[in-house]
Design a protein around this ligand. Sequence first.
Ligand SMILES: *Cc1c(COP(=O)(O)O)cnc(C)c1O
Length: 468
Amino acid sequence: MADETITPGMQRYVDEAKAYLAKRDRYIQETVKKWRFDTIAVHGLYSVQEAIEDYQGSIIEPIFMSTSQAYRDSDEMAAALAYMIPTWCYSRIANPSTYYYEWTLALLETYGFGGEASCCSTSSGMAAVMTAVQPFLVTAKSPTEPRNFVATAQCYGGTFQQFSVRMAEERGIECRWVQDPTNIDEWASKIDKNTRLLYGELPSNPGLGFFDIEKVADLAHSHNLPLIVDSTVATPALMRPICHGADIVVQSATKSMTSSGFGVCGAVIARKGLHTNIDNEHLKNDFGLYVKYLPNRDYGPNLHPMQAVMTLNDVRTLRSKMDLLSCNTMKVARYLEEHPKVESAQYLGLPNHPLHELASKYMWLVDAEHDERYMKPVNRYGHLMSFCVKGGAEKTRKVFDGLERIWRATDLGRIKSVATIPAISTHQQQGEEGRKIANIPPNMIRLCVGGEHPDDIIADLDQALSQA
Ligand SMILES: *Cc1c(COP(=O)(O)O)cnc(C)c1O
């Protein structure tokens, strides 16, 4: 990547690295890519052989708390720091523990995808959004050149703030909000020659917005723009946008991927050879590695190695967990839908949800056709739902305050059921106007159903609703 002169001493390390990378690539292509989703989730690239050769047989990925790596000599150091060989020179840039995290997430997100992808781990989901979006918003020709990007208005509150305050207000980069992302004409009407990217969240948190990924990806590509998708709510166990044409996926791995609730982390997974009007070959060819080695080296939103392995531990059972949580949520949604004190229940799995059909096109439990229990494809809609309480904001708070088993927390994706009132929490900062465009009514309770027995969650909701 760098054009420093290569000394014969450095060349020795470069050759050694080439042999190592060829061997790794063979292992990925001939072994790992042939596994089913669960096996990739459990093992990733960490093999028995690697454990025995390098890590004293440790059955769990090693946690390297060290800041940096020592080199055998100046030649190895020079080759490493010029990124000519795989290295973890300094943990802000790379680290063995985050390496396993990145490969596992890249492989899961591209399960069933014919092409190649790479992943850059980040310290949080918000850092992942920033990492994915910013490289496309650099000034190109002159600092006064207008720049814009197009994004779904229904999105996570933090994303809304990052785009509308940090980007638009503070940096003059216009964010053009799409109100109805199912309307391709609306997307198209917002694109002009200064547009740098399309961004969409689906299913959106908490509004459960959805759009047709293939159509929006086609539109983006016809303008030589990337489509970036925040797929946090679905996780790769239920949906893999890159397989449907998206260029980059953003994950707040804090959520269902770390369902235990042990900390905050994120990831950017990008297909190699993406669509962009930015003239930067490295960015285009391998976005994941580009952001990892350059922008994120300089900004420093890196993932902690301890967190990487904690998350991997949760990811191993992602598929069966997303199945269980989806089934539990379906049962709870059906109960709430019928409750006399509930104005409406929103869940993509409910047949009367206006986006049910569209969601059913994309949200499938991965490998259900190879699962003894199903032996055929089955739709699963995740564990995010919401419901609106009759009688307005005050009654809503009463129901919320009455919950005993369900935790009141601005959180989602947990193995424990959690609930929040978005208007007073996650979406409080953006004000009434912002909430209106993001479609967040004051009597909405966002509920994320966990792994408890659904009857116990229903009983808790029942007693809370009886108090309103
Ligand atoms: C939580 C969340 C984020 C932000 O992730 P953090 O890990 O909390 O920084 C981004 N997008 C969605 C959809 C989220 O739910």
